[in-house]
Unconditional design. Structure first.
Length: 417
């Protein structure tokens, strides 16, 4: 009985085992088994250093900080600081000009000594300097930057700057846009309902962090029903010099700027008869007054030589510039002058700042214009253009400009509300 039971039990166990083996072969053949590969997670990096290798202190330069005081607070000796500042050139890092608000990072060893091995100072969101203490070496580096081209359009309700702001764009676009059209459009005469379209480029760090405006490639401003096109074109491949031209290859640049300052308002125009607010009598006003806040920069509207930089009871602080034997300009009521007699100034160079010195009831600059020694209204003069595009460059320009114009024309104007 006992032997029979063991035999039966043994047969049953063997049967179960055989069935199990057959099931395994049939349901999970060898060729279907896959090996799961576990990829190694990359170590976190910043400024080219593995964060796992260091104790890192992130901080910001405070008022009164110097490179020496920062290093001293982290246990670096004055001797090492002196060695670094004497060995590393200013082109890499100017140790005398560490600016408050700029971020920096201190990389320390992970052992008990907590010894400083590297110092990183960020000059801007893109550029930074790496100072390695052991090797006494400095390297200027830049974060990888991606350039993205974008398009936009806007409509002017009150001012160009307000329209740019309403579109949620970088305020630098306002300044760059005004720079393009400052010779051909009077921004003090922009009307509600004027429209614009832009093709521009922006800089991004790691493809996501905005790092500023790169350029405006093309633009069109619809002012008083007329479209003013502008396309940036490289004039010299060796120097990289660029300028803006219209769809017919005509330069947008003029010999004179339209105004001696930016984003103000004309409070009084050139006229033969105006009631003087200080002298309380009727007299000619042979200038154009631009009201602006005290301290607003005033610039020369063209290249020239300063012939007068002085003060009189009526003019207050003033500057006069001779541009050619035919043209001169004058700028009155400055809070202070920024040039001297005999100095050569370039178009757009700051020559003083808005004030209300002399016979003035409020801060403004009175801009006066001479042609052959006679004061005239510059807005009624046919003023000369700058140097035109060379004929040999025009075929290349038209080939370059054509697709940009198509792209610009395909952007819809923002509707007037």
């Amino acid at each position: 009985m006992f032997r029979f039971f063991n035999f039966r039990l043994l047969s049953l166990l063997l049967g179960i085992l055989v069935i199990s083996c057959n099931d395994d072969v049939e349901t999970t053949p060898e060729k279907e088994i896959e090996t799961i590969k576990v990829e190694k997670i990359p170590e976190p990096k910043i400024f080219g250093f593995n964060l796992n290798d260091y104790e890192v202190v992130f901080d910001t330069v405070r008022r009164g900080d110097t490179f020496g005081t920062i290093m001293d607070s982290h246990g670096v000796s004055p001797g090492k600081v002196y060695q670094l500042t004497q060995s590393i050139p200013d082109s890499v890092m100017n140790f005398r000009r560490i600016n408050p608000g700029k971020p920096y990072a201190v990389f320390k060893s992970k052992d008990s000594t907590q010894r400083v091995e590297h110092f990183v100072y960020q000059n801007s969101v893109i550029n930074y300097a790496v100072i390695s203490l052991d090797s006494v070496k400095g390297t200027a580096k830049s974060k990888p930057v991606t350039i993205k081209q974008k398009t936009t359009s806007g409509v002017i309700s009150s001012s160009l700057s307000a329209a740019i702001d309403e579109a949620g764009l970088d305020y630098l676009l306002t300044n760059r846009f005004a720079d393009i059209y400052q010779w051909s459009v009077d921004f003090f005469k922009l009307q509600e309902g004027d429209q614009f379209k832009l093709i521009y480029k922006e800089k991004y760090i790691d493809d996501t962090i905005y790092a500023g405006l790169e350029s405006i490639d093309a633009a069109v401003l619809k002012h008083r029903g007329r479209e003013f096109y502008a396309f940036e074109f490289e004039m010299d491949s060796l120097t990289g010099r660029t300028d803006y031209f219209d769809e017919e290859a005509k330069t947008l640049r003029k010999f004179f700027l339209k105004a001696p300052l930016q984003f103000s308002r004309i409070s009084s125009r050139y006229t033969r008869r105006r009631f003087h607010p200080v002298q309380r009598r009727w007299k000619a006003h042979k200038g154009t007054d631009y009201a602006a806040g005290t301290g607003t920069p005033i610039w020369s509207t063209a290249d020239g030589v300063v012939t007068k930089a002085s003060y009189t009871r009526g003019n207050g602080n003033y500057v006069k510039v001779r541009h050619t034997s035919k043209y001169s300009t004058q700028y009155l009521h400055m809070s202070r002058r920024a040039v001297k007699v005999g100095q050569y100034v370039k178009q757009g160079e700051i020559i003083g700042y808005v004030g209300q010195t002399g016979l003035a009831t409020g801060p403004h600059v009175c801009y006066r214009f001479w042609v052959n020694g006679r004061q005239v209204d510059p807005y009624k003069e046919d003023l000369p253009e700058a140097e035109p595009m060379k004929e040999e460059l025009k075929p290349s320009y038209f080939e370059f400009m054509a697709p940009l114009k198509v792209q610009l024309d395909n952007v819809e104007y923002k509707e007037i509300m």
